[in-house]
Design a protein around this ligand. Structure first.
Ligand SMILES: *Cc1c(COP(=O)(O)O)cnc(C)c1O
Ligand SMILES: [Zn+2]
Length: 409
């Protein structure tokens, strides 16, 4: 018996074979992987998972891949009890799921890409590609290098230089497009319809997106097989938020936990918050916007899974909040100074939103709250220009040290 049954349209329920495709030919709805949960329930157990690899592949039974081919060390990142930050926010059981140290490219994208490229290899593709806000390009380029595949990554031309180097070092073809991410994505859809390439977040998106579920699986396991009371996660396309919820529900379905009442909270940068805006205005559709924020990794103005992310917050009794660029920088510093974790702008956004939600009183003091830190601060250092303490310069002399340093502290 197979664990996967095929692809299914989220809108009309039409079914398709497991192939590299992502939209329903009938209604243009997005396709999702359909599993045989009875079969998975028979195969899976806490003990088997616990004795599995120390990577996201310990959850292979709930992923649409037969055998991992690349990214063998992705996932299973630390869940850190955040006592210092918790004290500041009045939360006794705050945890950070720290994907800023994910392997190999220091963001949550290593999860989705290790799954997508393993699947692309199973499908027999020899070229992989993506439309990216930065982290995805880094991860696709790295995994393509591991697998010896040809690689093309498409990015908006105004990305942080650290993110561009973080792709170039793996020697893919980096194509910088004059336009926003949404322009890049539209272009890639056109290219993808003419070429036989695996665009990880376009034609093989149903497989790619499943990788995000492991952020739910791991947190539950790391909490001792208990679902948290609340999670706070960033949203760009809205896929991550949607899949965290799907992952939590699947754990109940296959009997790994008895139940869960987790509330899912979404975080967006104020300068690119089409999902949060729809939520605040009570709409169930997204009005695309033109992004204007330092949080480039989550700057998607026309989010493909936005409406499903809205449904998640509704179904789970969650909420949405936004953070200004100034609040994002403050929160990058707050997280660093309290927990010793250096995150990028997306993590700054999420921590800023966590802080706002805590100040609004949406969490009880003793609730288990998990905040997802999805990217690494070494990739967006330029946003901190003029926001940090100065380096103090001295000559290599004790007298100079005493005069210039000790007199100041
Ligand atoms: C891509 C990305 C996200 C969000 O991804 P979606 O699934 O598109 O919502 C969050 N954080 C970081 C750092 C990212 O690179
Ligand atoms: Zn359909």
């Amino acid at each position: 018996m197979a664990k996967t049954l095929g692809l299914i349209c989220r809108e009309c329920g039409r079914e398709y074979p497991l192939e590299p495709m992502h939209v329903c030919e009938f209604c243009f709805g997005p396709l999702e992987v359909k599993y045989d949960y009875d079969e998975i329930k028979r195969r899976i157990s806490r003990e088997k998972i616990e004795s599995g690899p120390k990577s996201l592949w310990r959850y292979l039974e709930l992923l649409p891949v037969e055998e991992p081919k690349v990214g063998l060390n992705a996932g299973f990142t630390p869940l850190k009890k955040a006592d210092n930050l918790g004290r500041v926010l009045g939360l006794d059981q705050l945890y950070i799921k720290d994907d800023s140290v994910n392997h190999p490219t220091l963001s949550f994208k290593d999860r989705v890409v290790s799954v997508a490229i393993s699947k692309a290899i199973e499908f027999g593709f020899d070229t992989v590609a993506c439309a990216s806000t930065g982290n995805l390009a880094n991860s696709v380029a790295s995994h393509a290098a591991q697998a010896g595949l040809d690689c093309f990554v498409f990015i908006p031309a105004n990305l942080e230089s650290q993110k561009i180097y973080g792709s170039l070092v793996f020697a893919p073809t980096v194509v910088a497009v004059d336009g926003t991410y949404d322009d890049v994505n539209r272009l890639c859809s056109e290219i993808g319809s003419e070429l036989q390439w695996a665009f990880v977040n376009i034609n093989i998106r149903p497989f790619y997106a499943e990788g995000s579920k492991t952020l739910a699986f791991e947190v539950v396991e790391q909490l001792g097989w208990k679902a948290p009371d609340a999670v706070v996660a960033p949203a760009a396309s809205g896929s991550l938020v949607t899949k965290i919820w799907k992952g939590l529900k699947e754990m109940v379905t296959v009997g790994l936990i008895e139940g869960m009442k987790t509330r899912v909270y979404g975080a967006q940068a104020e300068g690119c918050s089409p999902i949060a805006q729809a939520w605040k205005e009570g709409r169930d559709f997204i009005k695309p916007i033109r992004p204007n924020t330092i949080a480039k990794s989550i700057a998607i103005g026309n989010p493909a899974d936005g409406i499903y992310a809205l449904q998640v917050t509704k179904e789970s009794n969650g909420d949405w909040e936004t953070a200004t660029d100034e609040e994002i920088i403050e929160s990058i510093k707050l997280l660093a100074e309290t927990e010793g974790i250096f995150t990028e702008t997306a993590g700054g956004t999420t921590v800023a939103v966590l802080k706002k939600l805590a100040q609004r009183g949406v969490f009880k003091r003793d609730e288990v709250v998990v905040v997802y830190v999805t990217g690494n601060g070494y990739k967006t250092m330029e946003v901190l220009d003029n926001h940090l303490r100065e380096t103090l310069h001295i000559k290599p002399s004790l007298a100079d040290f005493k005069e210039k340093i000790l007199t100041r502290v």
